[in-house]
Design a protein around this ligand. Structure first.
Ligand SMILES: [Zn+2]
Ligand SMILES: [Zn+2]
Length: 210
């Protein structure tokens, strides 16, 4: 069985997720958005051992807690290589918005499209979904009909494409070719806001009609 904890953190209420395998009690942190010590403590309270830190992309609001989760757990940070340049300037990006985040540590492992990862007994598949930010990926759990869509797809919305490296046609192609092809009942856990399903977004998302 799987346990998914949604933790909206930081000034932009960015969703950090703890995804735990209840058979092995191993867990991944997806997007340690802010307040890394609280993320690690939340996993700890439930008896979960963090085994992976996974990044959908490297906008500063998704990595504000990265340094502290790494310090607390010493486990590997996984990122798509195209997202590294932005990770390296995340502190400066935060400063431009009058915010401070601890300097992100160096990532450890590179993600590639269609790669699979094991968190305990849970299989996660990497879906390369650029357009909102360079090197953006989603994490798909085929055995559980769940996808973590980062900032590519939201309930009734899509990611902004006006930031550096953003591109609307690329984002729409990522959503159409990689996310909307998943089964309708797939639950979508986004980087901001409430969860939805692939079927609901296919039918009702105003950005994806026609
Ligand atoms: Zn973003
Ligand atoms: Zn975001």
């Amino acid at each position: 069985m799987i346990d998914i904890l949604q933790l909206p953190l930081g000034p932009i209420e960015t969703n950090c997720y703890i995804v735990a395998c209840q058979e092995t009690m191993m867990a991944a942190v997806i997007d340690p958005a802010w307040d890394g010590r609280a993320i690690a403590a939340t996993a700890d309270e439930r008896g979960y051992e963090i085994s992976h830190i996974l990044l959908t992309h490297s906008h500063f609001d998704h990595v504000g807690g990265l340094a502290d989760v790494k310090a607390e757990t010493a486990v590997s940070i996984y990122i798509h290589p195209e997202a590294i340049p932005m990770l390296n300037v995340a502190t400066q990006a935060a400063n431009r918005w009058q915010m401070n985040i601890p300097e992100p540590p160096e990532p450890d492992e590179m993600l590639s499209d269609n790669q699979t990862l094991k968190v305990g007994n849970i299989t996660l598949k990497v879906l390369y979904t650029p357009g909102h930010a360079p090197g953006h990926v989603a994490f798909y759990l085929p055995d559980y009909n769940v996808v973590f869509s980062g900032d590519a797809l939201f309930r009734q919305g899509i990611g902004r494409t006006d930031l550096p490296g953003g591109d609307m046609p690329t984002l729409l192609a990522s959503i159409r070719d990689r996310l909307l092809i998943l089964p309708d009942e797939t639950q979508v856990f986004s980087g901001h806001g409430p969860a939805t399903t692939i079927g609901d977004e296919k039918r009702g998302n105003p950005w994806l009609q026609g």
